[in-house]
Write a protein of this length. Structure first.
Length: 214
């Protein structure tokens, strides 16, 4: 399983090394707009009308097209950091965004939100059946802030939707000695067996972590 460590935010230099010249130039311009938006000394967007979308947010939406799907998460994370996006901005981008944009917001939460204020975004993602959103939702932010009951159900949701438990940050730490999680895992395994369906190997690993294998 993946060690219980907090993911490192991508650096501009690292991402630049993976992009071609056109994409790198686009990223530089996008980050400059995001920095301008965050700076109290820069009249960014002062001529825009009420309700106008800041230029960097348009860049956020376009990151996949310009940087490619393999690097869009990193580009969007850098933009959120450069723009000093707060919980309100992250929430708006999440609810207005595509699945890929929502995933990027979820991945950025550990670096952008210090407290539990963004938990509604985690909870929303966990109600979906989008495996990429679920995997992003059970990262370090959830490991730190998600309550025990919701976290246990998140683990079960991963098993139910086929998301590898490697995606669950802090799994070993939070599962240790959790008798209720062990019971839920045993019940899930029994339901699968009764239905003639295989029990995921990850389930046995999680049960072992609780210390109460069945």
């Amino acid at each position: 399983m993946t060690p219980d460590t907090t993911a490192t935010a991508p650096t501009r230099e690292t991402l630049h090394g993976l992009l071609d010249d056109d994409a790198g130039s686009w990223l530089d311009a996008a980050l400059a707009e995001a920095h301008a938006h965050a700076s109290p000394h820069t009249p960014d967007g002062q001529d825009a009308g009420p309700g106008a979308v800041p230029p960097w947010e348009l860049r956020f939406a376009a990151a996949g097209r310009h940087c490619g799907p393999d690097h869009a998460d990193a580009a969007r994370t850098l933009l959120l950091r450069a723009a000093a996006a707060d919980t309100g901005t992250l929430t708006r981008l999440y609810h207005q965004g595509t699945g890929a944009e929502r995933r990027a917001v979820l991945l950025a939460l550990e670096h952008r939100v210090a407290g539990p204020d963004a938990l509604p975004l985690i909870e929303d993602a966990l109600r979906t059946h989008d495996s990429r959103l679920i995997a992003a939702a059970v990262g370090p932010y959830a490991a730190t802030h998600l309550g025990a009951h919701a976290w246990r159900h998140a683990v079960l949701k991963c098993l139910f939707t086929g998301v590898p438990l490697d995606a669950v940050a802090g799994l070993a730490r939070r599962a240790r000695g959790d008798g209720e999680l062990a019971r839920m895992l045993a019940d899930f395994a029994a339901e699968r067996t009764a239905a003639g369906r295989p029990v995921p190997a990850d389930l046995h690993h999680a049960s072992h972590l609780t210390g109460e294998e069945f």
